[in-house]
Design a protein. Structure first.
Lengths: 116, 136, 99
């Protein structure tokens, strides 16, 4: 029974993406199949070279890059949203795959969850 | 209704700021009436404010934290506020007050503070997991 | 939830959406709907019924108390459901997405 956690909110302006990542890592810690899908403005969580120190936050880039090591099965990004925000393989963190049809992605997981 | 099902309810929207606690309570009451069992209620993100003992709405308004705690107590339903969400938003129990040497604690019984593992367990054990989010 | 069906079983999905049509997640939900799925509008999402250019499926349902709150209580009686009806829908659909 696999769970897809969806992040559709932009990074750093709200806590929602971090809470989604926490949920995903918790599932993985319990050996539950889990995948992350970034859509809409949320794809910007996957941009390389995030440097949030001057706004007083910690970067999630390393946590996301390490997610597969902790057992998160897939990190997916909506291709249309990536195109809108100029995200390509070159400027996205390693380990993220683009999906053209997010509906198919949603339908391939028994549980689809938003953190907020 | 053929079988009794088990539910985990997750609330991520705060009272008054969102309708999440109200919709969830109305739904929860009907679940119980229909003979289903609520395994647990899990508060996450801004939903943790529902567990505040200090929330003080005007007397002619619904008191969502109080109504929820009464419903939980009457029906013996476990309820958890996620510790990570709770602490940073200023919801603490006596143990966390002591640990961090804070000036007070404000967790409304019967809510307890615990980790995301409680949510994961709900996803593993309950027949259905329903989420009540904010809407903005 | 997963405990009610096996992983690869084709099942219809109950979608519970509480966001007004302008919210980005509203459109995302519309795009994710499959023909046999059921859409329940709650809270601000019930306003979609008043939208003169609706994008919701014709068989969409809406929580009656939320319709009434927003002054739409008498306009959409055929699509209005109670919280009790919503419980029944969750009994009947092993797969639920809360948007």
């Amino acid at each position: 029974m696999s769970t897809l956690i969806v992040v559709d909110q932009a990074p750093y302006g709200s806590w929602a993406g971090r809470e989604a990542l926490d949920m995903t890592l918790s599932l993985a810690a319990f050996d539950q199949p889990a995948a992350l899908l970034f859509t809409g403005a949320g794809v910007n969580w996957l941009r390389k070279h995030q440097a949030p120190e001057e706004i007083g936050q910690k970067s999630v880039e390393k946590n996301l890059a390490a997610a597969p090591i902790f057992g998160v099965e897939e990190i997916l990004a909506d291709a249309t949203a990536c195109q809108r925000y100029g995200l390509t393989e070159d400027n996205m963190i390693a380990g993220a795959s683009m999906v053209a049809d997010t509906s198919a992605t949603l339908n391939s997981h028994q549980q689809v969850v938003f953190a907020g | 209704m053929p079988t009794s099902l088990t539910y985990t309810l997750v609330i991520t929207g705060a009272p008054w700021t969102s309708q999440a606690p109200q919709t969830a309570l109305a739904f929860a009451r009907e679940l119980v009436s229909a003979g289903h069992r609520i395994d647990r209620v899990f508060l996450y993100g801004d939903g943790i404010h529902l567990a505040s003992a200090l929330s003080t709405p005007p007397s002619d308004e619904h008191h969502w934290p109080q109504e929820w705690s009464e419903f939980l107590a009457e029906n013996g339903i476990p309820a958890v506020a996620c510790i990570a969400s709770a602490l940073r938003r200023g919801l603490v129990d006596e143990a966390e007050q002591a640990r961090y040497e804070l000036t007070g604690s404000n967790l409304r019984p019967p809510f307890e503070i615990a980790g995301l593992g409680e949510w994961v367990e709900g996803t593993m054990k309950s027949d259905q997991v329903i989420y009540f989010h904010g809407s903005v | 939830m997963g405990n009610m069906t096996s992983p690869n079983e084709q099942t219809t999905t109950l979608h519970i959406l509480n966001k007004a049509p302008e919210h980005p997640r509203f459109e995302a939900c519309m795009n994710a709907l499959c023909p046999e799925d059921i859409l329940v509008l709650s809270e601000n999402a019930v306003l979609a019924l008043a939208d003169q250019n609706p994008t919701i499926p014709e068989n969409s349902l809406a929580l009656a108390p939320d319709l009434a709150a927003r002054g739409l209580g008498t306009d959409f009686e055929e699509q209005a459901i109670s919280y009790q009806d919503l419980v029944r829908l969750t009994e009947e659909h092993p797969r639920i997405i809360s948007w």
